[in-house]
Design a protein around this ligand. Structure first.
Ligand code: NAD
Length: 253
């Protein structure tokens, strides 16, 4: 199996400073063709064009709201018609919220789960059968250190619960799809410098968080992208059902 004949799908990959975009670039740098799925079609196409130009692979950018089954089906149909077979799926699309539990309303709780959990279900449910049929696949979930240590970075209870749900999802799926050559793993990043908090994590709060990170800095998107790319290699086929921390030592367990 060579990755140059396959497509890696990265959800939520159009965010300019995001983990998904960095991951799509890192995968393309090792030869993967990529599909950039995101809410914003223009940004997804722009990201894909940049990847194709930088790495000489096939890259497609598609509008996709992972919470909407019809939107996911449309994007997957386009991919099936126009791109090499899907060999990897990075469940990266995610939203967070710092709302305290005693203040959180049901609608906000549902929204966090809709994107992080149901969204991952919608796209994985569509793409996993093809991987199983072809006997090769790599699925990676973007969980979080918040799932392991119970928040304490930025996200509140809803985010920590949704990110923990992803860990169980990935582990059970790894068990089910292992016989078909499909590995399923999670990465659990600590604080990574992106726009997910919308600039809400600055000043003293950020200083305090940095003080608790043994390597003395917050994470960079490349730190996470490298790890995901490693897990997607054909040679990584004996790694499955695992959760990989990438947190600078901020949570050691
Ligand atoms: P980001 O906000 O930069 O990017 C998230 C992307 O997801 C955006 O491009 C957004 O448009 C997209 N998205 C949101 N809802 C969507 C939907 N319904 N359908 C399709 N796309 C959607 O965030 P990031 O920091 O790059 O985070 C990426 C992932 O990593 C998330 O799952 C996040 O929870 C996780 N994570 C981030 C950190 C961190 O510190 N940045 C830490 C741990 C885990």
């Amino acid at each position: 199996m060579t990755v140059t004949d396959l497509t890696a799908v990265v959800t939520g990959a159009a965010s300019r400073r995001g983990i998904g975009r960095a991951t799509a670039h890192a995968l393309a740098a090792t030869g993967w063709n990529v599909a950039v799925l995101d809410l914003d079609e223009a940004a997804a196409k722009d990201t894909a064009d940049g990847i194709a130009a930088a790495h000489g692979v096939r890259a497609v950018g598609l509008a996709c709201d992972v919470t909407d089954e019809t939107s996911v089906a449309t994007a997957v149909d386009t991919l099936t018609a126009d791109a090499p077979p899907v060999g990897a799926l990075i469940n990266n699309a995610g939203i967070t919220s710092p709302t305290r539990f005693l203040d959180v309303a049901g609608a906000e709780w549902d929204r966090i789960f809709a994107v992080n959990v149901r969204g991952a279900y919608n796209i994985t449910r569509r793409l996993a059968p093809g991987m199983a049929e072809r006997g090769f696949g790599r699925i990676v979930f973007l969980s979080s250190v918040s799932a392991e240590r119970g928040g304490g970075v930025f996200g509140g209870v809803a985010y920590s619960a949704a990110k923990a749900a992803q860990l169980g999802f990935a582990r059970a799926l790894a068990r089910e799809l292992g016989p078909q050559g499909v590995t399923v793993n999670s990465v659990a990043p600590g604080l990574i410098d992106t726009d997910i908090t919308g600039g809400a994590l600055e000043g003293e709060r950020k200083e305090a968080l940095l003080a608790g990170i043994p390597v003395g800095r917050n994470g960079r998107v490349a730190d996470v992208a490298d790890l995901i790319t490693y897990l997607c290699r054909p040679e990584s086929g004996y790694i499955t059902g695992a959760t990989y921390d990438v947190n600078g030592g901020s949570h050691i367990h």
